[in-house]
Write a protein that binds this ligand. Structure first.
Ligand code: NAD
Length: 486
């Protein structure tokens, strides 16, 4: 059986404790690898290696050379594309058609975009008057923050991890990554790529394990970690923020969502249905900015519901290798239990089940997998837990509305503020509505369309800070002002 080790100081190493855990294929329930579980000892070693790397070659590389090596990282991911693709699909069960178009290409792009950006971002300078008339010159210098702790989730493992590691390394930091225990493979494989690309030992370190009482918690508590960037659940973010408070260490959080889509009657319904299909069901509904609440203007409500139902029922479920498959399993049996709990709760809360609501029949080979039906509900009250809590599964509730004011109120009636989507042909109305919606990512007549130079992050309980483009540089670097008396 394949063994997955930590990657510390440029080498793959076993856990001191000898403890290992299983890596399960969510499509079959089979164990595909054994993973070393890190503890305090491995976090200590990884943080020490990262600190030493900052003082070594990495800390002194000319910026052009640092960027050239990050370009090589991207190139090597693309050269080893099939290996990354196979590893990501084995860990997540997601369709190859999705991972080959989104996860792996974006994993590579995340290194190029930030390398190109950092080279070209200016810092400010101000000439000031002084009483003696000679004046003074102020200019800002941008420096790496130091050792960055990176804690990433399982839904888009390589994409979301490199979305942090790319800018962190472009800014000259060193990282210690704790990938999700569900999806260790691509983060581990990236260690080989770092060595091949000439990234010095200790710049990129990986320690596998769990959250509380394991590698994740120890990483956030370690005083040698200068800042923590985390993507995952809101309640995990709360725990990490408490740990980071010790030593006043900076945090950047991309957390959960309960994202609304608003469909006005004048929308291009073909587009709105295609977009809502993707936003509710892509990646088996396990996308942070996926749509779980859909509000449809009353004149087109019935048509929208019946067409979305037809779309959900036409999804092709199956193994990731099948090129026609566009719907995979959930990440684990544990997560399926959680989602099925919400499916039951929806019925208890009085929902009409338009389609789905349970577990599909699968061929015997996939009997142990975490398969679930795409599900649509109508008829729930606005206070139903199913309408208020993040489920993170392939499901949505659709509710009619009658006016712009009403729907803005409904959309904002949530603790979260990650994403919102508006479908209308009236761009003046779109502009009016999005300016009132409380979310960090606002899409009009599209969904998941991302220019990596733009700010990315959530409001309210959905996060702190913005990553993407120059915005990430605020987190991954320190600005100091130099004032020279002339
Ligand atoms: P999770 O919070 O359970 O786990 C994320 C990571 O945190 C894992 O690596 C886990 O081991 C680690 N962890 C857990 N407890 C910890 C602790 N106390 N200290 C340190 N580390 C700890 O999240 P998940 O289930 O992997 O991912 C799904 C969640 O992520 C959903 O809520 C989803 O909305 C959110 N998400 C948000 C975004 C975004 O950009 N806003 C993107 C993807 C996923």
């Amino acid at each position: 059986m394949k063994e997955i080790r930590h990657f510390i100081n440029g080498e793959y190493v076993a856990s001191e404790s000898g403890r290992l855990f299983d890596d399960i294929d969510p499509a079959t329930g089979e164990n595909i690898a054994r993973v070393h579980e890190g503890g305090k000892a491995e976090i200590d070693r990884a943080v020490a290696a990262a600190r030493a790397a900052l003082d070594g070659e990495w800390g002194h590389l000319p910026i052009a050379e640092r960027m050239a090596r990050l370009h090589r990282v991207a190139d090597r991911i693309n050269e080893r594309f099939e290996e990354f693709l196979a590893a990501e699909c084995a860990d997540t069960g997601k369709p190859r058609s999705m991972a080959s178009h989104i996860d792996i290409p974006r994993g590579a792009a995340n290194f190029k975009i930030f390398a190109d950006l950092v080279k070209n971002v200016p810092t400010e300078s101000f000439h000031m008057d002084t009483p003696d008339g000679t004046g003074a010159l102020n200019y800002a210098i941008r420096r790496p923050k130091g050792v960055i702790g990176v804690i990433s989730p399982w839904n888009l493992p390589l994409l979301l991890m490199t979305w942090k590691v790319g800018p962190a390394l472009a800014c000259g930091n060193a990282v210690v990554v704790k990938p999700s225990e569900e999806t260790p493979q691509t983060t581990a494989l990236l260690g080989e790529v770092m060595n091949e690309a000439g990234i010095p030992a200790g710049v990129y370190n990986v320690v596998h394990g769990f959250g509380p009482g394991s590698a994740g918690e120890y990483l956030t508590q370690h005083k040698g970690v200068d800042a923590v960037t985390f993507t995952g659940e809101t309640r995990t973010g709360t725990a990490i923020m408490k740990a980071a408070a010790e030593g006043i260490r900076d945090v950047s959080f991309e957390l959960g969502g309960k994202n609304p889509a608003i469909v006005f009657a004048d929308a291009d319904l073909d587009q709105a249905i295609e977009g809502t299909m993707r936003s509710a069901f892509a990646n088996c509904g396990q996308v942070c900015f996926g749509t779980e609440r859909v509000y449809v203007e009353r004149p087109v409500f019935d048509e929208f519901v019946s067409r979305l139902k037809a779309g959900a029922e036409a999804l092709k479920m199956g193994p990731s290798q099948d090129p026609d498959v566009n719907f995979g399993p959930l990440i684990s049996q544990e997560h399926r239990d959680k989602v099925l709990g919400y499916y039951r709760l929806a019925e208890e809360e009085g929902a009409t089940v338009v389609t789905g609501g349970g577990v599909p029949e699968m061929p015997e080979a996939f009997g142990g997998g975490a398969w679930i039906q795409p599900t649509i509900w109508t008829g729930l009250g606005d206070d139903a837990r199913v309408v208020r809590e993040e489920i993170f599964g392939p499901c949505c509730h659709i509710r009619p509305f009658d006016s712009e004011d009403e729907v803005v109120g409904l959309a904002n009636d949530t603790d979260y503020g990650l994403a919102a989507t508006v479908w209308t042909r009236d761009l003046a109305r779109a502009n009016r509505v999005v300016r009132r919606l409380e979310a960090g990512l606002l899409w009009v007549n599209s969904w998941f369309l991302r220019d990596l130079r733009t700010p990315f992050g959530g409001m309210k309980s959905s996060g702190i800070g913005r990553e993407g483009g120059v915005h990430g540089l605020e987190f991954y670097s320190e600005l100091s002002n130099v004032c020279i008396k002339l």
